[in-house]
Structure formats: structure tokens, C-alpha cells
Design a binder for this molecule. Sequence first.
Ligand SMILES: Nc1nc2c(c(=O)[nH]1)N[C@H]1C(S)=C(S)[C@@H](COP(=O)(O)O)O[C@H]1N2
Ligand SMILES: [Mo]
Length: 179
Amino acid sequence: MRGAYVAPGFIDLHVWGEVEEERRWTWDEFQKLPHRLAKMDIHCVTRWSKFDTTWEGVSLKDLVDQGYVKLKKGAKFLLQHAEFGFTVNVPVEVALAENFLLADKFEGEALTPDHGYPLRAIVGFIPGRQELETPYFWKGAKWLRGLEFLTEDQLGFWEQAGYHNRANVWEEQRFARGW
Ligand SMILES: Nc1nc2c(c(=O)[nH]1)N[C@H]1C(S)=C(S)[C@@H](COP(=O)(O)O)O[C@H]1N2
Ligand SMILES: [Mo]
């Protein structure tokens, strides 16, 4: 799944599942959604971290707060769908927190192909915001193409392979089984 892939052209970002209305945003439409900056520390499960990284993108919370996405009451989980069939799941409260972003820029520049161009989800730690659950960085899908809201949890690619479902950084929740 990782490696020097160049993703095929972005067609749209599709939002479906437990939502009042399905959505599809082309790249131009996505650019017009409210964007914000986020400064975070990111933590990879393989023990590297990067501090003070700056991302720009669209916050799902903003989309929900501003009515671009209307979640049904039953929307409890988000399954992110990426190019090449990769998926990753998070609880909806993680996806709707300030430390989760649909990012199209890293350090002021467009993402590079290896890191998810043109759009990826990211999740990290915002210094001082201990109350926000911080999962490992794998919980953000590169080459993001779809957001599926679910009533029941569905394991993503790495979670099916034995990675921890919750993946809390501070609790070092790396693997589901005792590896
Ligand atoms: N589509 C997709 N997203 C993915 C992955 C992947 O294999 N495919 N790997 C995850 C993992 S395990 C990590 S650690 C980060 C790596 O992001 P980076 O390559 O920008 O460091 O992306 C996550 N998102
Ligand atoms: Mo990873």
C-alpha cells in the first residue's frame, strides 16, 4: 500500500452512508469549502514523530457545523476510502475533532504524490489539547476519495491486519493482539 505511487487524477470526494444527503465535491468545489490551518505533532506507529507540522485543509467539524454535511443520528463511525482500495476507520467523535483534517497542503505546499496528493486525511496532537483523542497517523488515509458514515464499526486495512482499532498514541495502542 505504501510506496511511490502516483495517484490517478482526483475525480471527486464522495460522502455517503449515514448522511441526510449524499455529497460529491469535485476538486474545484472542494477548494471552495471553508479551509483552516492546523499545527500538530504527528506520531507514526513505527515510532517516529514529527513536531510542529502545519497542515491546511477542510475540517469535517466545520462541514457539519455549517451544514455542508448533515449526519444522521446513527452516524457513529467514519470509514475513509482511498485510492487502491485502502480503508481506515475512526469513531465519528475522532473525525469531528479539531485535530482531524481533510488536508490538501503540508507546510504551505500541495501534498506530494507519495504523501497523498491531492487530498488526505490527517490526525495529530495539537499541543495543549490533551482532551482531544490522538490516534496514530495511520488513521488518516492518503489519496482520499470517500467518506462513508456507518452505524457499526468496520475495520480498515491495517485494523484487519491486526493493528489496534483505537490506536491511541499515549496509550501506545499499536496492535490489537499481543505482538
Ligand atoms: N491510502 C493510504 N493511506 C495511508 C496508508 C496507506 O498505505 N495507504 N498508510 C498509513 C500509514 S501506516 C501511515 S504511517 C501514514 C504515512 O503517511 P506518510 O507516508 O505521509 O508519512 O499514512 C497512512 N495512510
Ligand atoms: Mo504507518
